[in-house]
Ligand binder design. Sequence first.
Ligand code: FAD
Length: 599
Amino acid sequence: MSRTVDIIVIGGGHAGVEAAWAASSVLPNGTVAFLTMDASTIGVMSCNPAIGGLGKGQIVREIDALGGVMAQAIDATGIMFKMLNTSKGPAVWGPRAQADKDEYRDEVQHMIASRNNIEVIEATVDDIIVENGEVTGVMLDEPLLAKAVVLTTGTFMRGLMHTGEAQNKGGRVGEGTAEGISATLKRLGFELGRLKTGTPPRLSKKSIDWDSLPSQLGDKNPTPFSDLPTDNFPPLPQVDCRITATTKEMHQLIRDNLDKAPMYSGAIDAESGPRYCPSIEDKVVRFADRDAHHVFLEPETVHGDSIYCNGISTSLPADIQEKIIPMMKGCKDAVILQMGYAVEYDIVRPHQINATCESKLVRGLFLAGQINGTSGYEEAAGQGLLAGLNAARLVQGEETIVLGRDQAYIGVMMDDLVTTMPREPYRMFTSRAEHRLLLRADNSDERLTRFGRDLGLVDEERWETWVARAHHLEEIRHQMKELNLGKLVKKSDTPIVEIVSKLPKKLDPRLIRRVVTDVRYEGYIVRQQSEIKRQAKTEGRKIPAGLNPNEISGLRNEAVDVLKEFKPATLGQASRLAGITPADITLISIAVVRFNSNV
Ligand SMILES: Cc1cc2nc3c(=O)[nH]c(=O)nc-3n(C[C@H](O)[C@H](O)[C@H](O)COP(=O)(O)OP(=O)(O)OC[C@H]3O[C@@H](n4cnc5c(N)ncnc54)[C@H](O)[C@@H]3O)c2cc1C
């Protein structure tokens, strides 16, 4: 007997959680079946127990402005909050927080359980049902039917873990693998790739000479990620990290054993690992002239014993890991609780999805997270939110949504994914966003909350909070004018505290800083906005699916091939494809006009 729900979300990682949550917000009277291998691992942090960072923190703020889970979960469970990059301009500040990873997982599960219309089902999905190019459900013991399916397999699709020569099937230590789904996707015509990533060893805090090491503290006045009001922030006790470093001797031992590290030696049958999060094997070879690299010792929970060694992800054999750890200062007697390991896994090459996360091959099948070749919780969560939103819109019979590069980092990421062929895990950076003065962490609500409200993502409480904040921002601008502070505010070396001291006490210093930033960037922002307006005509112009690249008059063969491979949805996307020139865009746009006038 089959059963029917509205939407199926497969995978309980960060992408799956946001997808299920967003879909359940948009369809409050619908049913979202949330299928995952093991319900107790929903919301687990696979690697680093931290959320946010440069570029990534902006994504978390955008998820919050759109009513998502991640910001609220980290605010409830963060144990060290730090605003990164504060020596640079506020456009590139990046909020980051370490989490108590057990509490984080529990908080996410608690939020999911609070939604009556999300039904969690434990199952490993091997088969997706497709009829006439449209998804109709998944095959469990019985068919489970739905109009839309969101697939978020993370590092689990044919996941294979390596520690030296030891290999274990699985996407994460102690967990299983999704074996069947790769074959299903291939059968449906998808081109798969294979990527790899790694994680460092975890040490017992008790066995580290903790007090001998310099500490790294969080911010004195931590900034929450979420815009929702909280009385008690941060609710958990705050911890400090310690800093140690690799040594010359350690580098030598690693060099002597490179052939035993599958992440490095080529024994892993995958294209590439994350260049921006390299293994220690990679680092000692790539930066051969350096005698030491920082290693941050980060508590994984408030009260537990496990310490994450940020900076030395490795796939070296266990006996070598046992030898290198004691070579770091403070770690002479350190006990390894869990060995570092690498994991290789299948991905779907992302040129096969639209910027809405919907696959081009199967109507109603959405892909989000690590399956699209990205790396990181935040990137996964951002895609998950968009996929869940669009799956719900498809069910409603509404047009799916694309976020612009000038609207959100999530929009930048989606556009990058569908216009490039990533050969290594894709990670967000502020440098990827050409409009980063507009896309700041502090103004995500201004950019997205009304938009989210119109789409059904933003609830009453968040909406009212935003309306009140918008009035507050207006009041600050008004007071600055009234008190004639214009010149003082514009001068980039006037300290914020001085401006705050001249304004009425009732005004929030964080929001004052935001208005000051707007004023100081005003000239650049106006220029960026007029550039965006200028490009808007080409940017959003749709390329009809029926336009055959072979029939575009005068188009070079290379451009024809690129168009066939990527099937860009708009002229803007086409213009960013490698192999497409401005002259090609002119020919394509003429062909679009002709095509449209003939239909
Ligand atoms: C060893 C390791 C090292 C990592 N290192 C880094 C790093 O250095 N930097 C970084 O940014 N990120 C790293 N990550 C990646 C980070 O964990 C992911 O980017 C993030 O978790 C991706 O989220 P996701 O939702 O796409 O997938 P995941 O968090 O992997 O979640 C996938 C979920 O889907 C479920 N699932 C999978 N297939 C099926 C199926 N067929 N049926 C039912 N359920 C299924 C799984 O059980 C799991 O719940 C690492 C991950 C691992 C495992």
